[in-house]
Design a protein. Structure first.
Length: 118
């Protein structure tokens, strides 16, 4: 059974940076597309970024392009989201997501809280 564990969330001031991590276990890391989603208070969960299984392609929601970078370390079975120039509107719980490239089986982590506030 695939398990995802996020870490690295916290409180950061506007304009600051933060990196969240997601450790993958229970499957073959390179068989999965790995993504990050955000859920703000009172809102639905929304897509933030995606790193494809081949580590060669990424996707971002428009609002974070140029400020956020998703990356994956296949040796450590970990996916990262580097967030720079943070704004209060990106506050929320950040969830890691894994989707098997053939079966489309989908897994979620428990989330890590990111708060951008002065």
């Amino acid at each position: 059974q695939v398990q995802l564990e996020e870490s690295g969330g916290g409180l950061v001031q506007p304009g600051g940076s933060l990196r969240v991590s997601c450790t993958f276990s229970g499957g073959t890391f390179s068989d999965y597309d790995l993504g990050w989603f955000r859920q703000a208070p009172g809102k639905e969960r929304e897509f933030v970024a995606l790193a494809y299984y081949d580590s060669a392609r990424t996707q971002y929601t428009d609002s974070v392009k140029g400020r956020f970078t998703i990356s994956r370390d296949n040796g450590k079975n970990t996916v990262y989201l580097q967030m720079n120039t943070l704004k209060p509107e990106v506050t929320g719980i950040y969830y890691c997501n894994a989707v098997h490239l053939k079966t489309l089986n989908t897994y979620w982590g428990q989330g890590t809280q990111v708060t951008v506030s002065s």
